[in-house]
Ligand binder design. Structure first.
Ligand code: ZN
Length: 703
């Protein structure tokens, strides 16, 4: 442990207790992070020279490497989100490549890799516990997938492939951005904006000014305004979606829709060639690593046991969703006819009529709900729920830890004996000038037992963007915000209630990607449980709980058009899997043929022949979702199934809920990444996952 005299007054170099959030400044970042990286590099070098293939002689020392960075780097990343400034951004940018480089050096160290493999194959392996084995297995897997196990020509080829793939990914993204930018629809006649929400009018006028300021000025025209226009519609989602939902000009909707589905599919921004090349290289990469397809490579890092298991989930969902989606379409067609549309329902009509139907069936606005959800009540409800389920106490500790803003609160989590097991910061209010929007959870410290035996307990960050209270009026939350808070707190709980002492698999660390949302989505479910929701809703003026009528609307809105929405997700997920598994790049067919074939069964309303959706499928061609798009549905199915255990036991049976809550704590939350996720699921549920609860929750089964 360093004392503060050797830190040169730089709080990022102090390693005792909680980081000095009240003293960290942008000027500390470059020297603090650099000094720490130097230290880590030296430790790694020594480790490489001296390592022994044993837990203490290798893994424990490897784990120690990440500790100094939790002090020096985690606060910097956190401040980028909650205390941003030009100076901080500059400093962050300066050291970021060095941080990435150091992480890669550790992950791709050949001596470390060989030591880990020797440990796994040696006699000591038998004496390691489940979580220790996971640490080793995951480290070996990640190193192998980074090509560390390859030598000679295959190693060189691997590096080449990675380099080309990374370039192709950014080319794909750039084409997509440029193609998106190249389209606009300018609406100048105010009559054509009839029915638009005010927010769309404002956004579109602003967009017009951004794109055409110069030319308007030269022509002596005034600036566009929300009331007077002109309005500019683009293919960016915040513009596209409300336009398609509200524009009554059918021909304009058609033009925008056609532009959307052919983005980046021709001319100078054509992504078709990139798609084929990416698929070819990914296949080659998988083969170099000894796997037949890229999907198999991706699934080695995931919970889903096989491509077949993913297909099985899709098949079960398909049978339930298809008839519902057909019914959804019929409802829209009927409404369109009643609404005076003489032409048959087309692809550019569905969002428009779906929005009309939603308004008719259960229109409510977030503004209507807000008065019932004052933030202090919601937080209290959330904390009491966590206490009830998981047998912990959550207490605010004012002044017990340094804060970066005076509104930030600090809480401790105590176990049933009153012993602190974790703590978290709540940064509740929005500060647009320096804080990112939305809600999210992050980690300051993972739980870990240090080499000298000291136990570091987890410290989490929970962030939201509530309106700060004004006078006696508290911060009021919309329902979506409430749900997101529960979700993020679920992630934080998994970080805090872990029992694992090895940082690499403690809490959410090391959890497979398709299993990481289980605990968070599980918590969301409670927002649809009437007594729970009503229990913490309280009108800030009258104290009334949320009226039943509004609760019913929220519940019905949740499952609205769910069959159609899931089918759409399935189209993307099945195409993704087919392209990375069965599809043979360079063979007789094209990727587009695969997409078309999948779409035939997944789209209730046939797609246009010119549909080129793949050219804008950035999730899999420029993001991290390749052969992993299914994860969204997979984790929802699992979290629904986990919650169903509570429903089966009886949500009103307090003793049963308590007992199951303990079980959830002791499995999902306590084990985290320290056990195989399928095994964790089985230990909680006593069986394999099933799609039944997901289908029921989404109103996809005939009752
Ligand atoms: Zn999440």
């Amino acid at each position: 442990m360093r004392d503060t005299t050797s830190t040169g007054g730089n709080p990022l170099l102090e390693r005792k207790g909680i980081p000095a959030f009240d003293r960290i400044r942008p000027e500390h970042v470059v020297p603090g992070v650099r000094a720490t990286l130097g230290e880590v590099a030296a430790l790694l070098e020594r480790l490489e020279a001296e390592l022994e293939p044993s837990w203490d002689g290798l893994v424990k020392r490897l784990e120690e490497l990440s500790f100094p960075l939790e002090y020096a780097w985690n606060p910097v990343q956190h401040f980028m989100l909650v205390k941003n400034s030009d100076e901080l951004r500059k400093a962050h940018q300066e050291v970021l490549p060095e941080v990435v480089e150091t992480h890669l050096r550790v992950k791709q160290s050949r001596p470390v890799y060989e030591g880990l493999v020797a440990l796994r194959e040696g006699d000591a392996w038998e004496s390691l516990d489940e979580a220790q084995r996971r640490v080793v297995e995951i480290a070996i897997r990640d190193a192998r997938h980074a090509g560390v196990g390859l030598t000679g020509e295959s190693r060189e080829r691997f590096v080449e492939i990675e380099r080309e793939l990374s370039k192709l990914g950014s080319d794909f993204q750039n084409h997509l951005l440029d193609a998106t930018k190249a389209f606009e629809l300018v609406v100048s006649d105010p009559a054509d904006t009839k029915g638009w929400p005010e927010s769309l009018r404002a956004l579109a006028a602003q967009s017009y000014n951004q794109a055409h300021a110069e030319e308007a000025k030269n022509a002596g025209r005034p600036e566009a305004t929300a009331e007077r226009g002109p309005w500019r519609i683009t293919l960016d989602f915040p513009s596209y979606r409300p336009f398609m939902e509200h524009s009554r000009r059918r021909d304009q909707r058609e033009a925008v829709y056609r532009a959307m589905i052919t983005r980046a599919s021709g001319g100078e921004f054509d992504n078709n060639g990139i798609i084929e090349r990416v698929l070819e290289l990914r296949r080659e990469k998988a083969e170099l690593l000894g796997l037949p397809t890229y999907a198999e490579l991706s699934l080695e890092e995931k919970m889903a046991p096989s491509v077949e298991a993913v297909e099985k989930m899709y098949d079960e969902l398909f049978v339930a969703c298809r008839p519902k989606a057909e019914q959804d379409l019929e409802d829209l067609a009927t409404l369109a006819r009643e609404g005076g549309q003489s032409e048959p329902l087309a692809l550019w009509d569905t969002l428009f009529w779906a929005e009309r139907l939603r308004e008719r069936r259960f229109e409510y606005t977030e503004a209507e709900l807000r008065p019932y959800f004052p933030m202090p009540k919601v937080l209290e409800g959330l904390f009491r729920l966590a206490e009830r389920l998981f047998d912990v106490r959550i207490l605010e500790r004012k002044g017990a830890a340094p804060v970066w803003n005076e509104d930030v609160q600090y809480f401790e989590v105590l176990d049933r004996e009153g012993k602190p097991v974790a703590s978290f910061y709540l940064d509740a209010y929005s500060r647009p000038a320096e804080k990112q929007g939305g809600a999210w959870a992050g980690e300051c410290f993972s739980r870990r037992r240090r080499i000298d035996g000291e136990l570091i307990t987890p410290v989490e960050f929970v962030n939201c963007n509530g309106t700060p209270p004004v006078g006696s009026k508290p911060s009021l939350m919309g329902f979506e915000e409430v749900k997101t808070l529960f979700h993020e707190f679920g992630h934080a709980l998994q970080g805090m209630l872990t029992k694992v002492d090895y940082a690499d698999v403690a809490g959410t660390n090391g959890i497979e990607w398709d299993a990481i949302e289980i605990a968070s989505q599980f918590m969301e479910n409670w927002c649809y449980h009437r007594p729970t929701l009503k229990g913490f809703s309280s009108h800030y003026e009258t104290g009334e709980p949320l009226p039943d009528e509004l609760f019913e609307k929220i519940v019905r809105a949740k499952t609205y058009r769910m069959g159609s929405l899931i089918l759409r997700q399935m189209r993307f997920g099945k195409t993704d899997m087919a392209l990375h598994h069965a599809y043979q790049p360079g063979g007789s067919g094209t990727a587009r043929d695969v997409d078309r074939k999948v779409s035939e069964s997944m789209s209730v309303l046939p797609l246009l022949p010119e549909d080129q959706f793949l050219c804008s499928f950035a999730h899999i061609f420029a993001g991290g979702y390749a052969a992993g798009y299914y994860s969204y549905l997979w984790s929802e199915v699992l979290s629904a199934d986990a919650f169903a255990a509570f429903e089966e036991a009886g949500l009103e049976d307090a003793a049963a809920v308590r007992a199951l809550g303990r079980k959830f704590r002791d499995t999902f939350l306590a084990l985290g990444g320290g056990a195989d996720p399928m095994e964790v699921f089985r230990r909680f549920r006593g069986r394999e996952p099933s799609t039944a609860a997901f289908l029921r929750h989404n109103d996809l089964v005939e009752s």
